[in-house]
Structure formats: C-alpha cells, structure tokens
Design a protein around this ligand. Sequence first.
Ligand code: ADP
Ligand code: TRP
Length: 330
Amino acid sequence: MKEIVLSGIRSTGNLHLGNYFGALRNFIKMQNENRCYFFIADLHSLTTHPNPENFHENVKTVLSEYLAAGLDPEKSVIFVQSLVPEISELYTLMNMWSYVGELERTASFKEKIRKHPDNINAGLLTYPVLMASDILIHRAHKVPVGKDQEQHLEMTRVFARRFNSMYKVDFFPEPAAYNFGSELVKVPGLDGSGKMGKSEGNGVYLVDDEKTVRKKVMRAVTDSNTSPNAEMSEPVKNLFTIMEIVSPLEKVEYFKEQYSAGSIRYGDMKKELADDICKITLPIRERILEIRENGKYLSDTVINGTAQARESAAATLKEVKKIMGFKSFR
Ligand code: ADP
Ligand code: TRP
C-alpha cells in the first residue's frame, strides 16, 4: 500500500525560504511515490483575525506560490481546508478527547500568549486539535514539516493513540514528522536570532526580486570578530546554517576555513550566499508571477483537489462516527 503523506500551510503571507526548505521541498520530492495531500490552512490563519478583504487573496497567493515551487496537481491532492467541512466535524469530535491541561502546555500556545496577550482566543488553545484533525482525517503516515511543528506532531500521535485505546480499535496510524535528512530543519532568520518566519520580517521570500534578495542578504546581521579560531556568534552561525542549506559544500568549507583563519570577509560570503539563494528563488518567482494571473488554473486545481480530499475525509469521518456509536435514524 502507498504511504499517505500530508502537509499544510497557513495562508498568512508569502512563502519564505524556511517554508520551502522546512516543509515544501520535502513534500515535493515525495509526490511521485506516495499518495500526497497538500492544503492551505485558512481556518488556522483565523487565529490572528485577518482582514476579510484580504482573506481570499491570501489563500490564492499561497496557492500560487506552492504551485510555482513545484507542487503538482497531477500528482498531489491540493485543497483548501475550509472547503472540507469534514475536518471541522472531526475537530469537534476530537475536542472531546483532548485535554485543556495538555493544550495549555503546548510551546506554540505559550509563545502566542506571550507575544499577543490581547488575543488569547480558544482557537489558539485548540490549534493542535485542528491540526491533528487535518492529519488524521486522511489517516496520514508522514507529515513533512519544519522543526517548529514537532510538538504538534507528537500531540497528534497522542490523540491518535488515545482514540485507538479508548475505543479499542486500531484505526488511526501514528503520523511521523518527516524530513529527508532525518533531522527536521530550522532555517534561521537574517536578523541574527530565531527562525525565519512570516511575521518576523527576517526572511527571504520566494517572490522577492533579485535586488531585494541581494539587499536583504547584504544587510544580514554578522559580527566584527576577526581573530583566528574565535567562537562563532549566533548571527554568524545562522548565516553558515543558511549557506549549508542553499550552497555547495565546497563553498561552505571555504568560508569556514576563512573564518577559522580569522580572515573571513562577510561581504564576500554574503555575495556568494545571495547568488545561491537567487539561483533557487528567481525561477520560482517567475512562475509565481505567471500562475498568479492564471485564475482558471488556480480554481481548477482547488475544485478538483477539494473533491478528492472530501471523498477521503468523508470515508474516515464515517468510520470514526460508527466507532463512537453514532447511528442513522433511517
Ligand atoms: P510561518 O512560520 O512562516 O508563519 P507556517 O507556520 O505557516 O509559516 O509554516 C508552514 C511550514 O513551514 C511548517 O511546516 C513549518 O514547520 C515550516 N517552517 C516555517 N518556518 C520555518 C523555518 N524557519 N525553518 C524550517 N521550517 C519552517
Ligand atoms: N500548523 C502548521 C504551521 O503553522 C500548519 C498546518 C496546519 C499543518 N495543519 C497542518 C502542517 C497539518 C502539517 C499538517 O506551520
């Protein structure tokens, strides 16, 4: 049997290198061998109260960027979360077997309440339940995501196990967070600390033009340390981490040697880094601009993908309800 692979992204802004290398690229590589589902998590994006005027456009933007980066509607089922109401129904059911204590302990929830104390909505608390519903509704085995999603995947496994043991069934597989290099990836930002993120303003977007990419990379935070064998500061380590992801190994080694010798010129390193990022992102940017204009391609993709996703989702939901004791009145 083919393995089921699933991943999703919130429709909250343009895709950046973190999204691409953390999740998308792994998914794209898996399209040929597996049954693959990819969706846009527009319901999840509601936790931050987006403006209704931009809501639909954001979904289209993310969709175009995904397709441009290599998602293939001939190979994968591509859909929009809110168009599959079975997910929301499973979420309602799953809320009955997830506990407030464990949700309150989730790292992403704690971070959100620290950063946005004015908007601690219940959707934030139950975010992992909705995410688990996304995954379990297709009974997925592998979920390509970045390192920041590891805990959500662990919780999904807990919910799956709990259902199986509560109802004494072997129904849900336990899905694994997945990355080809085995370790999940965290792409750092260009501002010297933390991960690259949409809301952090520290990223290179796939849609950025060449000038913007170069400007962002040249401005990346470094340090003024030039003594041989000095301990590497966090911002410089981050720059090397990005280089390890986008550049050939020899280039990384060359600059590491330069660093150890105390003769590194960050300007040279950044120029090489910008070249290598451009090689990856500029062809994608071109396709984004084309696809964004092709409304028919976008709507055909979603309509066709959503029909397939609903079929799979309805089959799971039917089984779950049967196991839980729902019966028809007919
Ligand atoms: P963002 O953090 O930019 O808002 P999302 O939360 O929608 O993006 O994440 C979508 C996918 O991209 C997830 O699988 C997430 O793990 C991955 N991702 C996001 N940022 C990074 C990063 N800096 N490094 C690795 N993966 C990332
Ligand atoms: N929570 C994920 C993120 O912020 C997005 C997401 C929602 C997701 N549902 C998912 C990812 C299901 C993988 C599988 O990145």
